[in-house]
Design a protein around this ligand. Structure first.
Ligand SMILES: C[S@@+](CC[C@H](N)C(=O)[O-])C[C@H]1O[C@@H](n2cnc3c(N)ncnc32)[C@H](O)[C@@H]1O
Length: 314
C-alpha cells in the first residue's frame, strides 16, 4: 500500500536537519515523515518517535526496520514527550515534528469508529488501552457538557439543539454505532447546501468534536507544545501540521505567546523581558498545492506552521 505523507517537502525544508542531528517525531503514524527524517540525520543521528496507536507503531517499525539503530520508539502519548526523552539523559534535540490527528488506517478501518462511511462501533480512541469511548460520551455526559463539546470542538452552531436531541434519543435507545449517529444527525440537521459548495456531511463536525473529547486532544496538544519548546535547542526547529481550525488555533495561540511574550509577571508563562522567544519561519501557514490535494484528498485541510527557537525556554 502506498503511504503518502502530507507536505513532505515542506516538512523537510522547515525541519532543516543535517547529518548527526537528533529529532522527535511526535506522531509517527506509518512512518512516512520519519523515513525522510532518518535519511536526513543519517547513521549518527537519533530519532525519538512517539505513537500511541499500537497497530500503527507496529506497522511503522516494520517499514523503518533498516533504521532500527537510529530510532528509539515510544508507544506513548506525546503528552509524555519531555519526560520520556529526558529519562534517557537527553537534554535537548535539534527538531520536533507534530503531524496531528488521524492516520489513514483510522479512517479506513470501520471498527475504529472514526468514520461514518461504513458502520462501526462508536469508539474513536487513538489508544485502545484507554477507557473513554465516543459512545460513553454520548450516552453519559450531561446535556450542557455535550453542548459545550459540540460548540467548542466541533464549531457547531446548533450545538444546544443537538445536545438536547441526543439526551431525548438516548432515553429510548443508546448510541452504539457510527452510522446510527450519522443518520440521527442527518434527520435533525439541515441538509448541506451543495449549490453553495458545501460538500461536508452534516455529521462531520460532531464526529470531530467527539474525537477531540475522547482523546482529550486539545489539552494534550497544549501540554506537548509547552514541553517541546523546553527540550528544543536554541536554533532548533519545530514544525506542526494541523487539520482543522480548532487545532490550528491552539497552535497559533501557543506560538503567539512566545512571539510576543507578556512582560507582566502574573501573566507570564515564561520568564522573559518581552523579547520574542521564537521566530516564525512561516509568515502564513503553508498549505498543500492543488496537485497534492488531488493526489491525496486527505491533505486538503492541512496547515503547516514552523518556528525556530531563539532563547532557551526552561
Ligand atoms: C497524521 S498521522 C501521522 C502520519 C505520519 N506523519 C506519517 O508520515 O506517516 C497522526 C498519527 O499521530 C498519532 N497520534 C495522534 N495523537 C497522538 C498523541 N497524543 N500521542 C501520540 N500519537 C498520537 C495517531 O495515532 C496517528 O497515527
Amino acid at each position: 500500500m502506498e503511504h503518502i505523507s502530507v507536505l513532505k517537502d515542506d516538512v523537510e525544508k522547515y525541519l532543516g536537519l543535517t547529518a548527526g542531528n537528533s529529532a522527535v517525531d511526535a506522531t509517527l503514524g506509518l512512518g512516512g515523515h520519519a523515513k525522510m527524517i532518518l535519511e536526513a540525520i543519517g547513521e549518527e543521528g537519533r530519532l525519538y518517535a512517539f505513537e500511541q496507536d499500537e497497530r500503527n507503531l507496529i506497522e511503522a517499525k516494520k517499514r523503518l526496520k533498516e533504521y532500527d539503530k537510529q530510532t528509539i520508539y515510544f508507544k506513548d502519548n506525546f503528552r509524555y514527550l519531555k519526560k520520556r526523552i529526558t529519562e534517557l539523559g537527553v537534554k535537548e534535540v535539534d527538531a520536533i515534528l507534530f503531524d496531528l490527528g488521524l492516520s489513514s488506517p483510522h479512517v479506513d478501518e470501520p471498527e475504529r469508529g472514526f468514520s461514518f462511511m461504513e458502520d462501526g462501533p462508536l469508539d474513536m480512541r487513538f489508544d485502545q488501552s484507554s477507557s473513554l469511548t465516543a459512545a460513553d460520551v454520548l450516552n453519559t455526559y450531561e446535556e450542557s457538557e455535550l453542548a459545550d463539546i459540540f460548540f467548542h470542538y466541533g464549531e457547531e452552531r446548533l450545538s444546544r439543539k443537538i445536545a438536547r436531541r441526543v439526551c431525548e434519543y438516548r432515553k429510548a435507545e443508546k448510541f452504539f454505532s457510527t452510522v446510527q449517529l450519522a443518520k440521527f444527525l442527518e434527520k435533525i440537521l439541515p441538509r448541506p447546501n451543495l449549490k453553495k459548495g458545501k460538500k461536508r456531511h452534516p455529521a462531520t463536525k460532531i464526529f470531530q468534536a467527539l474525537r477531540i473529547e475522547v482523546n482529550d486532544e486539545m489539552t494534550v496538544l497544549k501540554e506537548a507544545l509547552e514541553q517541546a519548546v523546553e527540550i528544543l535547542r536554541v536554533g532548533g526547529r519545530i514544525v506542526v501540521i494541523s487539520y482543522h481550525s480548532v487545532e490550528d488555533r491552539v497552535v497559533k495561540q501557543f506560538f503567539k505567546s512566545l512571539l510576543t511574550p507578556k512582560a507582566s509577571p502574573e501573566e507570564m508563562l515564561y520568564r522573559t523581558h518581552g523579547e520574542p522567544l521564537v521566530e516564525s519561519l512561516t509568515k502564513k501557514p503553508v498549505v498543500p498545492s492543488p496537485e497534492e490535494v488531488e493526489k491525496n484528498p486527505r491533505s486538503r485541510s492541512a496547515k503547516l506552521r514552523a518556528y525556530k527557537l531563539l532563547i532557551p525556554i526552561k
